[in-house]
Design a binder for this molecule. Structure first.
Ligand SMILES: NC(=O)c1ccc[n+]([C@@H]2O[C@H](COP(=O)([O-])OP(=O)(O)OC[C@H]3O[C@@H](n4cnc5c(N)ncnc54)[C@H](OP(=O)(O)O)[C@@H]3O)[C@@H](O)[C@H]2O)c1
Length: 375
């Protein structure tokens, strides 16, 4: 009798990273059981729409039995597992809420959810887990951040990062028991598909770029032609690095790692090996929107009075400040090994790619029209 293809139980398929990874794994013939949040009918529809955006017909895979969609949620609504043996788990779901706000997130999904997932793995005899974490579990570490579990606990700027670090320690305890095999992938800040500019998520950097576009709209004046001059202070150091990782690179790397057992049992930094500086990003935004006049100041000097224009921009900084003022350098010994072996190049964020990213975001009105455009 023919052995069925290996089966992966996956969480987070409706996320930015999840739907790209799902496309890659299905394309490689992997059988996937994707857990979607209740109500299943709504999540299934969302997933269909997302996959259509990246040219995947989900029905085909469902009809062939290669994909099964099951209802569930972290931490306490995990499915029964009535689909037969599960070879491994791909844990891609997370709460990306940066700070606690009384709804128990991000701790509930990221920490308690991971604990329940590990119990589920033990109950169902699954000894192999691929967990997606974040490069920023490094917390306050800055130089030469290794592809290792960071101990002792670093200092963190956000609850999200802390929750992902705690989740990693829970995973590592599990990985150290019996013949369990744990693999962790750590993307930096995920952005759009490097070729098309497509994204389904418009947080973080996109919010900053959107504020720049609003500044452009508010302060545009016929006196300067198409150019707009707005003098304002930008809290940040010009030479600090911004680490963005295109979602297609991250998903391809995760897929290669999941499919090749010889790559399991390690930690991988899915990060830009030569990231742009704050000044590079500023110049790209200035040129794209044809807006000028901003200059960097030390972030600790932003507490006093501010102009109307500064207030607008700094609002976005609330969301991305942990990144703007944090400058870690990620080692990539394990990651480089996979890239060299498989022949994957990092799609560097060139000026053209930056403009494609912004073209897409502007066309989708920074995500405000995302749902309608899926229809
Ligand atoms: N985005 C980034 O910049 C970034 C950077 C580094 C690492 N990461 C990591 O990459 C992974 C994927 O992130 P992403 O950017 O794809 O996030 P995303 O677009 O926000 O998607 C999150 C996914 O997790 C699911 N989810 C959230 N809470 C859940 C719960 N309680 N139970 C079950 N499912 C739940 C969501 O389901 P719904 O669609 O139903 O909400 C969605 O499928 C996460 O582990 C994240 O920590 C992300």
């Amino acid at each position: 009798m023919e052995r069925p293809s290996p089966t992966t139980f996956m969480t987070g398929a409706t996320g930015l990273l999840g739907h790209f990874v799902l496309r890659e794994l299905l394309g490689q013939g992997r059988r996937i059981i994707a857990m979607l949040r209740p109500p299943l009918s709504d999540s299934r529809l969302r997933l269909h729409r997302l996959m259509r955006q990246i040219h995947v017909d989900l029905d085909r895979y469902v009809e062939q039995g290669q994909l099964r969609l099951v209802e569930g949620a972290l931490p306490d609504k995990l499915p029964d597992g009535d689909w037969g043996p599960t070879d491994d788990i791909l844990s891609c779901a997370a709460s990306l809420q940066l700070f606690a706000n009384g709804n128990e997130e991000p701790h509930r999904t990221n920490v308690v959810g991971t604990e329940r997932l590990l119990e589920w793995a033990d109950r169902h005899g699954v000894g192999r887990i691929h967990a997606v974490s974040t490069a920023y579990v490094c917390g306050s570490h800055t130089e030469s951040v290794g592809e290792v579990i960071h101990r002792p606990q670093p200092e963190f700027k956000t609850e999200y990062e802390r929750s992902k670090w705690i989740a990693e320690t829970r995973l590592a305890e599990w990985g150290g028991r019996g013949d369990h095999v744990l693999t962790i992938t750590r993307p930096s800040f995920l952005v759009r598909d490097s070729q098309t500019g497509y994204t389904s998520q418009f947080g973080g950097f996109y919010q900053l770029a959107r504020m720049v576009s609003i500044l452009k709209d508010q302060y545009a004046s016929g006196n300067n032609g198409d150019a707009t001059y707005v003098p304002l202070r930008i809290p940040g150091r010009p030479n600090d690095l911004q680490n963005f990782v295109p979602v297609d690179f991250a998903s391809r790397m995760i897929t290669e790692i999941v499919l090749d057992e010889s790559l399991h049992g390690r930690i991988y930094h899915l990060t830009d090996p030569a990231p742009p500086t704050n000044d590079d990003v500023k110049r790209c935004l200035e040129d794209y929107f044809n807006i000028h006049g901003g200059y960097f100041i030390d972030p600790s000097r932003t507490n006093g009075d501010h102009s109307e224009a500064e207030a607008l921009l700094w609002e976005a900084y609330e969301v991305i400040t942990p990144r703007v003022t944090h400058n870690p350098v990620f080692r990539q010994d394990n990651t480089r090994g996979v890239m060299d072996a498989v022949g994957i190049e990092f799609p560097a964020l060139s000026r053209d790619r930056f403009f494609t990213l912004l073209d897409f975001a502007v066309a989708r009105r920074w995500g405000l029209r995302a749902d309608r455009s899926y229809a």
